[in-house]
Design a protein around this ligand. Sequence first.
Ligand code: G4P
Length: 568
Amino acid sequence: MLHVRKGRGTHGGDHAAKRGRVPAPFHNCSHLLTARAMSQKHPDRRTFAIISHPDAGKTTLTEKLLVAGGAIHIAGEVKARGAARRARSDWMKIEQQRGISVTSSVMTFEHQGLVFNLLDTPGHEDFSEDTYRTLTAVDSAVMVIDAAKGIEPQTLKLFEVCRLRSVPIITFINKVDREGQTPFELLDEVADRLALDVCPMNWPAGMGGQFEGIYDLVDPALMVPGGDASRMYEGERIAVEGLADPTLAARLSPRALASLEEETELASACYAPFDGAAYRNGDLTPVFFGSALKEFGVVDLLAGLATHAPGPQPQPAEPAPVQPDDDAVTGFVFKVQANMNPAHRDRIAFMRLCSGKFERGMRLMQGGTGKAIAISRPMLFLAQDREMAEEAFPGDIIGIPNHGTLRVGDTLSERSDIMITGLPNFAPELLRRVALVDPTKTKQLRKALDDMAEEGIIQVFYPEIGSNMIVGVVGQLQLDVLISRLDAEYKVEAKLEQSPWDTARWIASDDAAALKAFQADNRGAAATDRDGAPVFMAKDAWEVGYVTQRNPSIRFTATKERVFASAG
Ligand code: G4P
């Protein structure tokens, strides 16, 4: 059922700019990141992530974007990850999966004079705070939707995180080469469930078995299939004057042309025209139909990112937001990856640069501690490689090897008075009690849990009553990773036991006496997190609601930002 949303046409003037094209199949692009592009200033960065539900085609699209962007030559490089990720039954596989995701946490490539930084968001069951936090380090996102399935639960969760931060989203409706829902059903679902204006940028001429190509609504052209039945890909791009152009009648079947005419006319009456400001505010999503597998719509998506996606944005901070134009170098750690080499306890902290021109060897202040750290071996991640980062600009991601000094959420800056905010901890959805098989290993267990909490894999809570620590996670795989790593890395044998609680909320109040009284009344459910912040553990969401209602002077929050005593 079609919902009429807007009475204006689809063809906004903002996006009429001609976009550079890469001929398909696009396997012959240069892939070297040139010193020229890397040394351009910040407006030339596009730092983004792809969000999707498992199996929507994120891995395939990532690979095809990297090929289209000239970052990799051979299709298949990223694809292996899909299978590796799905294999998660034993330690070796988890290790393998982690190893693979390390090298591809960030992929940087240059295309059309822009530097694209694509950040990996683990999309399978290993959904964790890590995923959420990665989204704090991007300036925009691409949301991939399976044309047959529409919006799925994980898409929705990730979308909500983007919305919290008003991250602009480009939608890619994938698998149009398969039978799916109609374009109208899909667009209306996005509009209704995500409360976004939608603006189709192209339109499929038939879908599934009747797919004959894609029509560009912005810069009128028809993309027709190349190759043969065994390997179809986006072939020729035929520029046309509009739908009445006789070329269309020559290239499409009468049925496909008739429905393309009818549907696009209806679409132009139904959906919002493109509005760059609404997109950048997170109120409108441009939508590209395509097939990652068959490479349809991928070049257009990349061009859409280049043309419309914002460059580095200001970053929330205390005492004032960090502007990309600020001279002082400031960045924050959004991810820490341990175990890149199990023989050494080395870690890589991934820092998103927010302002200033970073140069290798710089000494940056670790916010909250006042310590200065010399960044002598910063790494830059290319799709298939990594190299020393001699310099970096706002929007860039650099890897900083360290021995555990850097934590997720840390600010690194030339200034001593600045603290990046907005890197929350999220309320866990599973709480488990950790029971040691050998009770003499308490110290090792604490250290292990602390390390993993630092990486954002788990959260640790210390109950007021009892000596067992409680771990909190967002997804089951985090628990599997926890047990494997306890055993393999820390030689600690532990069991996870059911706890009486399933969720937790951070608690605070302007009335210190009321907070104290609440904690005393609920001692059995009171705990502190690893920063010492008070937490209330609840059986379920219903209990959270009930207790919240009965204690109006207490604030119960599902997220917590790290708080430091002083920013100096
Ligand atoms: P994910 O990272 O989001 O989990 O998805 P992934 O790219 O791994 O894709 C999931 C499945 O969907 C894969 O099939 C992939 O080939 C297929 N796929 C992705 N894009 C398209 C598309 O545009 N059209 C069609 N028809 N299929 C697409 P699989 O059978 O699970 O894996 P594989 O055997 O192909 O590796």
